[in-house]
Design a protein around this ligand. Structure first.
Ligand code: KG4
Ligand code: ZN
Length: 334
């Protein structure tokens, strides 16, 4: 089955063609980083306008690169929740028009389920059940994935998402946007013990990152006021270690709670080298699935992968389907 997939939930415009949920025939991603850099974060209206400008050309490129004709497409899948509402609506309207034009079913896909499904593209033998940790710029969630379309949220962040925290700290440090990859690089040779940072305690599997973020920002501001220098490498390493500790202790608890043997990582922050290294050292005796860095960030192939399994379950929607800015991964979108 050939699925044309569209992703426009935030600041990446992407179109892909995926075969049977497991094989990428094309995956074109256009990042808008340079447009939002000036503002230090994503400006929703600018993101929506850029999606409008790019979506048609990117989709043509995806079809050409896949080497298929429009008539070969069996269904169109698109992220319809969660995300920036204006940005989502651009992709949704375009995808529904394509489905109508081709006379094929329209499949709405949850963005977080898509991130998890990126792993199906890289690991042909990976199948639910498993425990997943999704960490991105907008989301931080522990999930029990009992089947391809059966999700139970076990814990979420109560304030900032992990990636948001990376981005805000990098901004205060004057590193640029998006901050995650820049802090990741900076941490490489830093000392994680140099700065004492809090590991916020929250009941159960929920998380909180705003206290950690404020601590780091206070260290930077206090040093500025005293005319002292901070050691940026050490601060980046101490922060990366704190984020890893918060996530890994909960992931171990989530594995114990669900009784699963497989842990799956997903989302933009899953590309973080520090977190990946710490996970490999900490999650003993379990099967740890780390997505290839190229499939961690937003891309349409992951939506095509999940779209295949949503279709198998009969989760197709009429063309009146709307977008939702927020929505738990547990919910069926149809
Ligand atoms: O999944 P994603 O592309 O978009 C959302 O769904 O939010 O994630 C983007 C987030 C940004 O906050 C970015 O700074 C972060 O992922 N990120 C990283 C790394 N690469 C991207 N964070 C830490 N280390 C990285 N290497
Ligand atoms: Zn994402």
């Amino acid at each position: 089955m050939l699925i044309l997939a569209i992703e426009t939930s935030c600041d990446e415009t992407s179109a892909a063609v995926v075969r049977d949920g497991r094989h990428i025939l094309s995956n074109i991603v256009a990042s808008q980083t340079e447009l939002h850099e000036l503002y230090g974060g994503v400006v929703p209206e600018i993101a929506s306008r850029r999606h409008m400008e790019l979506i048609r050309t990117l989709t043509s490129m995806a079809l050409t690169e896949a080497g298929i004709k429009k008539s070969d497409i069996d269904a169109v899948a698109c992220t319809t929740a969660p995300g920036l509402i204006g940005a989502l609506l651009v992709g949704l309207s375009f995808a529904k028009a394509m489905a109508f034009g081709f006379g094929v079913p329209f499949i709405p896909v949850h963005h977080i389920r898509g991130h998890v499904a990126a792993n199906y593209l890289a690991y042909p033998d990976l199948e639910p059940p498993f425990t997943a940790l999704v960490v991105s710029g907008g989301h931080s969630s522990f999930l029990h994935v009992t089947d391809y379309t059966e999700y139970k949220t076990l814990g979420v962040t109560l304030d900032d998402a992990a990636g948001e925290c990376f981005d805000k700290i990098a901004r205060v440090m004057g590193l640029g946007y998006p901050g995650g990859p820049l802090l990741d690089k900076l941490a490489e040779n830093g000392n994680p013990e140099a700065y004492k940072l809090p590991r916020t305690k929250v009941e159960g599997l929920d998380m909180s990152f705003s206290g950690l973020k404020t601590s780091v920002i206070n260290i930077i501001h206090n040093a500025e006021q005293r005319g002292e220098d901070i050691n940026a490498q050490d601060l980046a390493a101490s922060f990366s270690q704190a984020v890893s500790d918060i996530l890994i202790t909960r992931l171990c608890a989530a594995l114990e709670m669900t009784g699963e043997n497989t842990a799956v990582l997903a989302g933009g922050v899953a590309a973080n080298a520090w977190l990946r290294r710490e996970l490999l050292q900490s999650v003993d005796g379990k099967n740890l699935i780390l997505p290839p860095p190229a499939l961690c960030g937003d891309n349409a192939a992951m939506i095509g992968a999940q779209g295949f399994y949503e279709f198998q379950k009969g989760n197709v929607a009429p063309l009146s389907q709307n977008a939702l800015a927020t929505c738990p991964a547990d919910m069926c979108l149809c």
